[in-house]
Design a protein around this ligand. Structure first.
Ligand code: 5GP
Length: 195
C-alpha cells in the first residue's frame, strides 16, 4: 500500500487555520486524518480533551519531548504545542493522508525533517488579506487578554516572512473559498501520489 501524504497547513496566529481546517475535514472524500496536537495551554470553553487537543501539564509535555515522542514542538506565546509522532506515522503507513495544522516554527522542523528523509510533504501557508484583518479576527475571538493579543500580532509579522518555504500560498479571504482551494490542492497531490 502507498504511504499516505503528510499535509501541513500553517500561517500566522489568527489567520483562520482552525476554521479552514474544520471545513476541509468535513469533506470525507479526501480521506484525511487530523493529527491532534498536544498542548500545555488551558482548554478554551467548548474545547474537548482528545478532540481539539490533548491538554497536558508542563511536566508531561517535557517528558514526551525527552522520550522523542513528538514529530515537532514549539513554544507559542507562553504555551507549548507538539505533534505526537507515532499516530502520524501509523496512519500514513495505513495509507491515510494526515493533516497537521501547526504554527510556523513547528512547521519549519517538519519541513526540515522531511527534506532530510526525502519524504514528500504538501506544505500550505495561509495568509490574511491584511494585518488589519488579522487583528480584527484575533480580537473578535475574545478569548485572549490584550497582552496576549499584542504578542500574537507582533509574532504574526515575523511568521509571515516564512511563506517562501511553502509549496502553496493560499489567501484566506473567505473561509469556504480558501478551504475549496486547499481541497483542490490536496486532490491534485493525492492523484500524483497514486500515479
Ligand atoms: P491556539 O492556542 O490558538 O489553539 O494555537 C496557537 C498556535 O499553535 C496556532 O498557530 C496553532 O496552529 C498552533 N499549533 C497547534 N497545534 C500545534 C502543534 O502541534 N505544533 C505546533 N508547532 N503548533 C501548533
Amino acid at each position: 500500500m502507498k504511504k499516505g501524504l503528510l499535509i501541513i497547513i500553517s500561517g500566522p496566529s489568527g489567520v483562520g487555520k482552525g476554521a479552514v481546517r474544520r471545513v476541509i475535514m468535513e469533506d470525507k472524500s479526501l480521506d484525511l486524518a487530523y493529527s491532534i496536537s498536544m498542548t500545555t495551554r488551558k482548554a478554551r470553553p467548548l474545547e474537548k480533551n482528545g478532540v481539539d487537543y490533548f491538554f497536558v501539564s508542563d511536566e508531561e509535555f517535557e517528558q514526551h519531548v525527552a522520550n522523542g515522542d513528538l514529530l515537532e514542538h514549539a513554544s507559542f506565546v507562553g504555551n507549548k504545542y507538539g505533534t505526537p509522532k507515532a499516530y502520524v506515522d501509523e496512519l500514513r503507513e495505513q495509507g491515510k493522508n494526515v493533516l497537521l495544522e501547526i504554527e510556523v516554527q513547528g512547521a519549519k522542523q517538519v519541513l526540515a525533517t522531511c527534506k532530510k528523509n526525502n519524504d514528500d510533504i504538501v506544505s500550505i501557508f495561509l495568509i490574511p488579506p491584511s494585518m488589519a484583518a488579522l487583528e480584527r479576527r484575533i480580537r473578535k475571538r475574545r478569548t485572549e487578554s490584550d497582552e496576549v493579543i499584542k504578542a500574537r500580532l507582533s509574532k504574526a509579522k515575523s511568521e509571515l516572512g516564512e511563506r517562501s518555504n511553502y509549496k502553496y500560498i493560499v489567501l484566506n479571504d473567505i473561509v469556504q473559498r480558501a478551504a475549496d482551494e486547499i481541497k483542490e490542492i490536496i486532490n491534485k497531490e493525492i492523484a500524483q501520489n497514486n500515479a
